[in-house]
Design a protein around this ligand. Structure first.
Ligand SMILES: Cc1cc2nc3c(=O)[nH]c(=O)nc-3n(C[C@H](O)[C@H](O)[C@H](O)COP(=O)(O)OP(=O)(O)OC[C@H]3O[C@@H](n4cnc5c(N)ncnc54)[C@H](O)[C@@H]3O)c2cc1C
Length: 446
């Protein structure tokens, strides 16, 4: 891989930045951030960062960087109308934490139905309070909103496909991002790179971050006759069983004027179309008369990459591998990791005035992330292993989901991304019920 020399490239760095003073709620605390860094001060210019990929991770990172005084370039290959294949379900806390306007929400889902292999159905959502719901959005709407907001707050939005990254030959020399834009090749020297370019991350490859196991998710968007669409007004469905996936769930999620019907698997990617036929068969009466308007597939990472920070490059979102097992949730974690990483760089660079290094990224971003979320990821990994392995375990899972205490704990943890306050007696009961369900379904003792 080619390397960039400081002498030829530092002349390209402009001294003026487009940053604005931000007083909006999400970043107001940045104004008070102080770090006791011994990093060298940048001569007459601001730290310059390239964020590769304008999904939720990249836009949130770019917003945090621009708000914090770093000269920021957000490079995205797709125009705003292109939708990332995604169910588009986000938790309530994301609306508030990321100031997502309510007009972006297509559906307020208040009933989440889980359907077992034997078609036992449990409505998951009885414990929701009147203001609580799962927000369903179209990714094209969410992504273009977040990208435009990052731009309006000072990030330079660049329409381009990043083709390669040259690594520096010293701790202060620039990284050089090569990209194509409007059929011409361009290069951008920067101090810091955030790889927010999703599951097939080119940035991860450039820094030899190692690979991860991926699931493949397949989804059809289907418009339904009005009376059938009404059925999914506030309802999302999850189907489990060997017929729809050997190790994940299949779904019917309502969108603005259609439903997304899909499934995923890690173990049997070659059979994904067979599993898609399986979910279509299970919901055939509900989608009869529907018209497929789009078919899409995309990898979903199964665990974090072996390396998430190298030198002055950090990976966030799917590029880092932040999707929870069991639920396949990644939008909130992408946005959160992007923002955390951006804020870490702002803090370490003292508002963009100093160079940063690998230790800063590890200390201010990775350690903080792992402390906050690693337990959640491990817990959901365990649940997937216990409950998604075979049909008997799946029946036990659905049986358990009927329990109101299980529902309350699950929804509170999902909607607010923190462990709900439990009741010790109810916790003991829940463990006992779990064991009883597993025994009844012959899982324990097998
Ligand atoms: C079918 C499916 C359903 C899902 N449903 C849900 C759900 O309901 N809820 C949920 O929370 N999560 C869901 N997920 C997971 C979720 O989609 C991801 O976790 C989330 O999109 C990660 O965001 P990100 O910003 O890290 O990456 P992405 O959203 O993948 O964004 C990466 C961006 O980088 C750009 N890019 C890539 N390479 C380059 C390059 N070389 N140059 C320039 N730009 C580049 C891409 O165009 C893209 O805009 C689902 C995933 C799939 C596949």
């Amino acid at each position: 891989m080619a390397t960039a020399t400081a002498s030829t490239l530092t002349v390209l760095f402009p001294t003026k930045t487009k940053t604005k003073t931000i007083t909006s709620r999400p970043h107001s605390h940045l104004l008070t951030i102080k770090a006791s860094s011994t990093n060298p001060t940048l001569p007459g210019r601001k730290l310059r960062a390239a964020v590769i990929g304008g999904g939720p991770a990249g836009s949130s990172a770019a917003e945090a960087l621009a708000c914090g005084g770093v000269e920021t370039f957000l490079i995205e290959r797709n125009p705003p109308t292109v939708a990332k294949p995604c169910g588009g379900a986000i938790p309530l806390c994301m609306l508030e934490e990321f100031d997502i306007p309510t007009h972006l929400i297509d559906r307020h889902v208040t009933r989440m139905r889980i359907i077992s292999p034997s078609n036992l159905a449990v409505d998951f959502g009885k414990t929701l309070k009147s203001h609580e719901f799962i927000a369903m959005l179209r990714r094209e709407a969410l992504d273009s909103f977040l990208r435009s907001r990052a731009e309006s707050l000072g990030a330079n939005l660049v329409s381009g496909l990043v083709t390669s990254l040259d690594l520096p030959d010293s701790s202060t020399a620039p990284y050089v991002v090569h990209y194509t834009s409007n059929n011409s090749r361009r290069s951008l020297p920067v101090d810091v790179v955030i790889g927010a370019d999703g599951a097939n991350s080119r940035v991860a490859r450039s820094i030899h971050a190692g690979s991860y196991t991926c699931a493949i998710a397949f989804q059809e968007r289907i418009t339904l006759p009005d009376h059938k669409m009404n059925y999914y007004e506030d309802l999302a469905e999850m189907y489990i069983g060997n017929d729809v996936s050997p190790d994940f769930y299949a779904w019917v999620f309502p969108k603005c004027d259609h439903v997304a019907v899909g499934t995923g698997t890690v173990r049997a990617k070659q059979d994904i179309k067979m599993y898609q036929r399986g979910i279509r068969e299970r919901v055939k009466h509900k989608i009869k008369g529907g018209k497929v308007i789009k078919v899409e597939a995309h990898p979903i990472p199964e665990h974090p990459r072996p390396v998430r920070v190298r030198g002055r490059v950090a990976l966030v979102g799917d590029a880092a591998g932040y999707v929870t097992k069991c639920s396949g949730e990644g939008i909130y974690f992408a946005a959160k990791s992007g923002r955390m990483c951006g804020e870490a760089i702002v803090k370490a660079s003292e508002g963009g005035d100093k160079m940063i290094n690998e230790d800063d990224l590890k200390r201010e971003y990775l350690r903080v992330w792992d402390n906050k979320y690693i337990t959640t990821f491990r817990f959901l990994d365990l649940l997937q292993k216990v409950f998604y392995g075979n049909n008997a375990a799946r029946e036990a899972l659905v049986e358990l989901c009927g329990d109101e205490y299980v529902q309350r704990m699950t929804f509170e943890s999902y909607l607010y991304k923190k462990l709900a306050d439990g009741d010790r007696w109810q916790d003991v009961k829940m463990v006992w019920n779990t064991m009883a369900s597993l025994m009844r379904c012959n899982i324990v003792g097998r």
